[in-house]
Design a protein around this ligand. Structure first.
Ligand SMILES: Cc1cc2nc3c(=O)[nH]c(=O)nc-3n(C[C@H](O)[C@H](O)[C@H](O)COP(=O)(O)O)c2cc1C
Length: 159
């Protein structure tokens, strides 16, 4: 029973470390820093060469990413709250800034830097994304309640 519900486990995002990834113009990952790899649960080598949607969480509405791509393709900086999927099925919330990477006056790809999100903001964004997703994709998120005695290690996570 102790591994069946891993998809619900949240990973804390550190405040002191930056979570960085770089992509080419098609959103293929070209670099991740150590913190990105650790938080996402992947080895850096597993991520490089993969589309960034490898960490897309099913809770994220499509419109967030449509907006992201429109903004960065037009040369702007996109900022937004993103719930990401870990390799082990868990998740983590970030506030992300995505923009064009410029080297010697030339655009060479996209970069993203991320920060942690407050508990209050996570609740607000989850509710907002639940509504958007239900409207856009006709998919509803269901929250499951289970007796703590059946969860074992969940007890250790109780605050
Ligand atoms: C620099 C950069 C960083 C990105 N970071 C994320 C991310 O952390 N999580 C995510 O789900 N999508 C991220 N995206 C967007 C993905 O490329 C993709 O659009 C999204 O996951 C939705 O997948 P889809 O476009 O295949 O529907 C990023 C894109 C760029 C250019």
């Amino acid at each position: 029973m102790d591994t069946s519900f891993d998809m619900f486990w949240e990973t804390e995002v550190p405040r002191e470390e930056e979570i960085i990834s770089l992509t080419d113009f098609a959103g293929i990952i070209t670099y991740v820093n150590d913190t990105f790899a650790r938080i996402s649960g992947y080895e850096a080598e597993e991520l490089i060469g993969k589309p960034h949607h490898i960490i897309r969480h099913p809770d994220m509405p499509k419109s967030s990413f449509t907006d992201l791509w429109q903004t960065i393709k037009a040369g702007g900086e996109w900022q937004g709250y993103v719930k990401n999927l870990r390799k082990d099925g868990g998740y983590y919330w970030v506030f992300a800034r995505v923009s064009t990477m410029i080297k010697e006056g030339k655009a060479i790809g996209y970069k993203s830097v991320r920060e942690p999100v407050s508990e209050e903001k996570k609740r607000i964004m989850q509710a907002q994304y639940d509504l958007l997703r239900a409207k856009e994709e006709k998919r509803t998120r269901i929250v499951l309640y289970i007796d703590n005695s059946k969860l074992g290690e969940a007890k250790a996570l109780e605050k």
